[in-house]
Design a protein. Structure first.
Length: 139
């Protein structure tokens, strides 16, 4: 495996992905209104991009937008949606900028699976009220 300055290609790829996501988040932070409804995007370019750049993902939350991967939606849709909704709660608790700054800063040290925000989102169950969401479907 090729290494650059002691980092594996996987680590370099993860850091590049984090930088790109950081730019998306910063742009998103400027446009967030917590009064907006949560929007769920199914089969979005965002999940395909992150899966291609970093690692396969089921979904990702950016601000008040949840992006769900098309291949995972039917397999474990309620878990993925609940998981991403916990991230929305975390964003509301810590602020958009606070959540993403900490999340992106600690991921290289903890790794994705052991990131405390991911651990909490995986364990916590919440009650879903679908009437609170606007659903946008992209196929």
């Amino acid at each position: 495996m090729i290494c650059v300055h002691g980092m594996s290609m996987k680590t370099i790829k993860l850091r590049i992905c984090i930088l790109i996501l950081s730019l998306i988040v910063m742009i998103n932070c400027l446009m967030i209104d917590v009064r907006q409804p949560i929007t769920i995007y199914y089969n979005s370019w965002v999940t395909r991009f992150v899966s291609a750049c970093c690692q396969p993902i089921n979904g990702i939350t950016l601000g008040r937008n949840i992006f769900i991967d098309q291949n995972r939606w039917y397999e474990d849709s309620s878990f993925v949606l609940e998981h991403e909704l916990v991230h929305i709660q975390q964003i509301e608790q810590y602020s958009v900028l606070g959540f993403y700054t900490i999340y992106l800063a600690i991921t290289p040290w903890y790794g994705y699976e052991n990131n405390p925000y991911e651990v909490e989102a995986t364990k916590q169950k919440i009650n879903l009220d679908i009437s609170k969401f606007s659903l946008k479907i992209f196929e």
